[in-house]
Design a protein around this ligand. Sequence first.
Ligand code: GLN
Length: 203
Amino acid sequence: MAEPTVGVLAVQGDVREHLGALEAVGARAIRVRRPTEVEAIDALVIPGGESTVIDKLVRMFGLHEPLRARLAGGMPAYGSCAGMIMLADRVEDGRPDQQTLGGLDITVRRNAFGRQVDSFEDDLHIRELGPQPLRAVFIRAPWVEVVGPEVQVLARVETGPAAGRIVAVRQGTLLATSFHPEVTGDHRVHRYFVEMVGPARPD
Ligand code: GLN
């Protein structure tokens, strides 16, 4: 079976780490920066970075409509941190003019963990990834405030003042995490996503 081609939205953020993690789990990974590249992919990863900047550049590069159309057509996607915000239907504490691509029936709160706690780490037990806890790195991360009825909660913060907050969700073939699995060398989230994508689409 042909491996899927997974695009990594490459306008801003930690693109290279995602390309590496995707290749490590057997996908073909390409950068997506132009509308024509949106047509060439079976699935999309939206990296962490700054969602207001990613949004602005996505619109400036003419990617907003093509990406929305592919997502509406059922293209699988995984968003990490700022990428989670880009996939969310609703954002709290966003910039007034901030737009998302949407698709995930969730409300996210941007920079939710507060100014004092710019970043922290936690070990998360995620049933879908097996018994070993996953080291989750949060960097000025959002959390999920509200989930719609179709959304499956995959993980919540387990320790500290934010314990119980939702930080990983799935809705059909859309996946999002508040944290950055691409920086730890543990590729289980990427493997889970690539398995969700399945083989390459026949042309
Ligand atoms: N705070 C960023 C935003 O609002 C997200 C941070 C990240 O992706 N590491 O987009």
